[in-house]
Design a protein. Structure first.
Length: 414
């Protein structure tokens, strides 16, 4: 155990314990909501259930191009001649009422003329002058979209926590809802640390490399429903780091730092967390990403992630993303289960996240193949992986076909 933290600070904890702490921390926070215009709400999360303000369809209408008539006039066998008394197109003025022995020409979506209760499709009739000769075979009430068959008034249309995707936006528009209450996006600030880092625009000098975690974490946060309010960098300097931490913590709900979280000479973050924050855990028995630290600083949640790019990505996905999703108003991302395409021999005592490919096998089951390059500094692992496969802490030998949990990498949707 490290002497940095008091003995009651959870250290070297298991993945499940770390996740439970993160979940509790996230759940203890307010999730503010805000009204926004429906037209700019794509991707946002609905804060309250949406109930239908009226029935949908709001009026009975024809599902087909054809003739509206009374079911009582349908022939059981043979044919029946009806007098054509008008036309009702979608969006035109009301046609005359359909009396016994008459019919009205209708198009798809046209309001059902009063008196009519059935539409015969145009392929089932012959038109001779103003007579419409209707054949047998149409059921009473056919081809009519009834009032409320989609939603009755006051039905729940969308549940709270629903992503406002294109289908949801179509529903809002159908009900004339132009303003909608959504969860405010959690504000995320990112601080990358390391004397060796230069921005992507610079040419690295001796021993330097470009900061890839800044853009990666910003994209991961955005893909988890967050608003990224700052992406900054500091060198391995305690005073500069402390200043940056404080400045970012007051503008963010969640602060992410990258690098300096372990026990190396330049690893300043654990001491700073102990001095200026409230530490909830340090070091999780996972590979990659063991040095991850969770704390609070000012009113922000703070995750200190390790600097190795793959460690940073894996700890974000397993620890930070569930918290962001909760703050954004969503359920935690669900793990899938997939069969291994190859055997695993694990020698260490940590849970391991393997970068790999999740796909559907010929037996229609999900399968997971770990990629060859699993180094925590190897960006090639991120170039082709679509998921992380979780090998549990206590597993050592897993045969082909063993079922493991797999976490799909987020697409650009929260
Ligand atoms: P650290 O966690 O600070 O000890 O860094 C571990 C490794 O990750 C080192 O090789 C760093 O150079 C590298 N690293 C740290 N931060 C970044 C970053 N923002 N982008 C790319 N690599 C990084
Ligand atoms: Mg460093």
């Amino acid at each position: 155990m490290s002497a940095i933290f008091p003995s009651d600070t959870p250290q070297h904890i298991g993945l499940d314990e770390a996740r439970a702490i993160v979940q509790a921390l996230a759940a203890s926070r307010a999730r503010p909501t805000e009204p926004i215009a429906a037209e700019s709400a794509v991707g946002r999360i609905l804060a309250q259930p949406l109930r239908a303000p009226h029935a949908l369809p709001a009026f009975a209408n024809s599902a087909m191009d054809g003739y509206a008539l009374r079911a009582a006039d349908l022939p059981l066998t043979g044919e029946q001649a009806l007098r054509l008394i008008g036309r009702q197109l979608a969006g035109t003025a009301p046609a005359p009422a359909v009396a016994p022995g008459t019919c009205v020409r209708v198009t798809t979506g046209a309001p059902l003329p009063s008196g009519a209760d059935t539409v015969v499709i145009q392929e089932r009739v012959r038109v001779e002058g103003d007579a419409v000769i209707v054949g047998a075979g149409t059921a009473a009430g056919a081809n009519v979209r009834a009032v409320g068959e989609d939603f009755a008034a006051d039905d729940e249309v969308l549940a709270a926590g629903r992503v406002l995707d294109p289908g949801a936006l179509a529903l809002l528009a159908s009900f004339g809802i132009v303003t909608v209450a959504v969860h405010r996006r959690p504000r995320v600030a990112i601080l990358t640390t390391g004397d060796e880092l230069v921005p992507a625009t610079a040419v690295p000098g001796f021993g330097q490399l470009r900061d890839s975690n800044g853009p990666m974490l910003a994209a991961l946060a955005a893909a988890s429903g967050a608003e990224v309010v700052a992406v900054r960098h500091v060198g391995d300097d305690a005073q500069a780091t402390e200043q940056a931490l404080r400045a970012l913590a007051v503008m963010a709900d969640v602060l992410l730092t990258s690098g300096g979280a372990s026990v190396g000479d330049a690893d300043l973050l654990p001491q700073l967390a102990q001095r200026h924050g409230r530490v909830h855990f340090w070091k999780v028995r996972i590979k990659p990403g063991m040095p991850a630290l969770a704390a609070e600083i000012e009113s922000a949640l703070w995750f200190a992630l390790p600097g190795n790019p793959v460690s940073s990505a894996a700890t974000f996905l397993t620890l930070v993303r569930p918290a962001l999703r909760h703050l954004a108003g969503r359920e935690p991302p669900s793990m899938l289960r997939a069969a291994l395409t190859h055997a695993i021999h694990k020698r260490h005592e940590r849970a391991e996240f393997l970068r790999g490919s999740l796909d559907c096998g010929t037996d229609a089951r999900l399968q997971f193949s770990a990629h060859a390059r699993q180094g925590s500094a190897q960006l090639s692992g991120l170039a082709v992986a679509n998921s992380l496969g979780l090998i549990p802490e206590d597993a050592r030998e897993l045969a082909v076909g063993s079922v493991i949990e797999v976490l799909p990498l987020p697409e650009l949707w929260p």
